[in-house]
Design a protein around this ligand. Structure first.
Ligand SMILES: Cc1cc2nc3c(=O)[nH]c(=O)nc-3n(C[C@H](O)[C@H](O)[C@H](O)COP(=O)(O)OP(=O)(O)OC[C@H]3O[C@@H](n4cnc5c(N)ncnc54)[C@H](O)[C@@H]3O)c2cc1C
Length: 441
C-alpha cells in the first residue's frame, strides 16, 4: 500500500484513534488540536491528586471497540467494572432504579402504570430491528405505549433534561439504543455493570499520543486548523495557526476532520447540498459543575432528576463508582445539564452557577451543608450532544465529503447509538481505513 500524508483535525478520542490506526498502517500522520490539551470532550483535569474527566465518563460492557483498544495498548488491567447504582429523584425523594425489580417499587405512578412501563421496557429490550423506530419520535412512542401518566412522570422530564427544546423531536431509534446499551451491560444478577479506566481517560489519551509519536506521527496541541486547502477541487493540505500566532501551510493527500459537523463549512468551501446536511444536525451544549465534598451526597452513582424546580438534570457521584481513595479520600460529584445556546447559564461566572445550585443539593440530601464543599469547578462545552431527530439516517452527513480526499468523522454520524467514546473511536477508525483504501483505488 502506498504511504500517504494524512492531516487530522481534532485531538479528541476520534482524532487520536484515527491517527493511531493510520500510523500503524504506515502512513505519515499529523494531528492538530486547537486546545492546549488532548482528549476533547473526554479530556481531564487534576482534582484531589488524581485526574478526572471534565465531563463524567464510564463504559458499558458493549463498548467492545474501546475495550479492545485498551487491551491492545496494554491497559486492560486498568479497566474496572462495578455494579452501577442508578436512581431517580422525583417528588422530593430518591428511588432506586438499579434492577428491573426497582420499577415495581416506583410509587409516583400506579401499580398498573408500573407494569405497563415494565412491559414496554421488556419489549424494547428484546427488539433487534431498531430500524422500525426510525420514523417515530421517542415522545410520541412513549406517550402511546407507556401511557400519559408514565410519560409525564418519567419520560418527559428525562427527554426535556437531555434535549431541552428539542425533546419532542428526538428519534425513538435513539431511545431504543439507550435500552439496548443498558441491557447489554447487565450482568447475571440483572444489575448493570459500568466500566471505568483507573487513572481516568487521560491514561488512554497519553498512551495513544505516545504510540502515535513512536510510529513517527506528529501530535500538536494549541494549534488550530484555520483552513482546509484544495487544489483542482481536491484536498491539498491544511493552514494551521499556533497559539503564538505563527501560521503555516502543510501539504496532505488526505484530511480527516473529527470536529462537530456544523463547523466544517467554516474551514472549506463545499457544495450547498452538503452544507445543508452539515448544518441540519443541531448540537446542544453541556455544563458540568464538579463538587469536591467532605462527605457523600447519596448512595447513587447516576441520579436522574425529574423535579422541575431543580436546575440540573443529573447528579453523578463519581466516588460511588470509583472509590474516594483514588482522589485523596474526597467525594466527587458532578451536577450536569444539557443546554441550548440561549441558556441563562452561559454568561454566568462559575461562582454564580455554583451558588445557584447549593440550595438544591440540600433537597437531595437534607444533611448537606455548604461547609462540606472543599472546591468546585465548572466546565462548559457548546457542542456536546448532537440532536438525533426522527429519520436521522436521511439527515446524517456522509463521512466521505464531496471534496476528494476530505473525510468527516463527527459525533452527529454516530447512529442509532448515543454518542460515546467507543463510537467516536469506531467511526474514526472506519473512516481512516476507508479514506486510505479509497485513495488508493
Ligand atoms: C456530558 C458528557 C458526558 C459524556 N459521557 C460519556 C460516557 O459516559 N462515556 C463515553 O464513552 N462517552 C461519553 N461522552 C461522549 C464522548 O465524550 C464523546 O463521544 C467523544 O469524546 C467525542 O470524541 P470526538 O473525538 O469525536 O470529538 P471531540 O471530543 O469533540 O473532539 C474534537 C476536537 O476537535 C478540536 N477542534 C475543533 N475545531 C478544531 C480546529 N479548527 N482545529 C483544531 N482542533 C479543532 C476540539 O478542540 C476537540 O478537542 C460524554 C460527553 C459529554 C459531553
Amino acid at each position: 500500500m502506498a504511504e500517504y500524508r494524512v492531516g487530522i483535525i481534532g485531538g479528541g478520542i476520534g482524532g487520536l484513534g484515527a491517527a493511531y490506526e493510520l500510523a500503524k498502517l504506515g502512513h505519515h500522520v499529523e494531528l492538530y488540536e486547537r486546545a492546549p490539551f488532548l482528549g476533547g470532550l473526554a479530556s481531564t483535569f487534576e482534582v484531589g491528586g488524581g485526574r478526572l474527566e471534565r465531563f463524567y465518563h464510564h463504559l458499558f460492557l458493549s463498548d467492545t471497540t474501546m475495550i479492545s483498544l485498551l487491551k491492545e495498548l496494554g491497559l486492560g488491567d486498568r479497566l474496572i467494572w462495578r455494579d452501577s447504582k442508578v436512581g431517580m429523584f422525583t417528588g422530593g425523594r430518591i428511588y432506586d432504579f438499579s434492577t428491573p425489580w426497582d420499577l415495581l417499587r416506583f410509587s409516583p405512578v400506579s401499580l398498573v402504570d408500573r407494569m405497563r412501563m415494565g412491559l414496554v421496557a421488556l419489549y424494547l429490550q428484546r427488539v433487534k430491528r431498531w430500524q422500525k423506530f426510525e420514523h417515530s419520535t421517542a415522545s410520541a412512542f412513549m406517550r402511546k405505549w407507556a401511557g400519559k401518566r408514565n410519560y409525564e412522570a418519567v419520560w418527559e422530564p428525562l427527554l426535556k433534561g437531555k434535549f431541552t427544546t428539542y425533546h419532542d423531536q428526538v428519534s425513538m431509534a435513539w431511545l431504543w439504543s439507550k435500552f439496548a446499551t443498558r441491557v447489554a451491560s447487565r450482568g447475571k444478577t440483572l444489575r448493570e455493570k459500568l466500566g471505568y479506566i483507573r487513572g481516568s481517560w487521560q491514561v488512554l489519551i497519553d498512551a495513544l499520543e505516545r504510540r502515535i509519536r513512536e510510529l513517527g506521527g506528529q501530535v500538536l496541541t494549541s494549534t488550530a486548523v484555520t483552513r482546509i486547502l484544495t487544489e483542482g477541487g481536491r484536498v491539498s493540505g491544511l493552514a494551521i495557526q499556533r497559539a503564538d500566532g505563527m501560521q503555516e501551510q502543510r501539504a496532505f493527500d488526505i484530511v480527516i476532520a473529527t470536529i462537530p459537523s456544523f463547523a466544517l463549512p467554516k474551514l472549506v468551501e463545499l457544495p450547498q447540498e452538503y452544507v445543508a446536511k452539515l448544518q441540519g444536525v443541531e448540537y446542544e451544549g453541556a455544563i458540568a459543575a464538579i463538587w469536591v465534598l467532605k462527605h457523600s451526597l447519596s448512595h447513587i452513582y447516576w441520579l436522574n432528576i425529574t423535579d422541575p424546580d431543580i436546575p440540573f438534570l443529573l447528579v453523578l457521584e463519581q466516588t460511588n463508582l470509583v472509590p474516594p481513595e483514588e482522589y485523596g479520600g474526597k467525594h466527587l460529584i458532578y451536577t450536569a445539564n444539557y443546554v441550548t445556546r440561549d441558556d441563562y447559564r452561559w454568561p454566568l461566572s462559575p461562582e454564580e452557577i455554583v451558588r445557584g445550585y447549593i440550595p438544591n443539593l440540600k433537597k437531595i440530601n437534607p444533611a448537606f451543608d455548604a461547609s462540606w464543599i472543599e472546591a468546585t469547578y465548572v466546565h462548559r462545552e457548546p457542542a456536546a450532544q448532537p440532536i438525533i431527530k426522527a429519520n436521522h439516517r436521511e439527515r446524517m452527513p456522509p463521512t466521505r465529503t464531496p471534496v476528494p480526499g476530505l473525510w468527516l468523522a463527527a459525533m452527529s454520524q454516530v447512529y442509532p447509538e448515543d454518542r460515546g467514546t467507543n463510537y467516536s473511536l469506531r467511526l474514526a477508525v472506519e473512516v481512516a481505513r476507508q479514506a486510505v483504501e479509497m485513495h488508493q483505488a
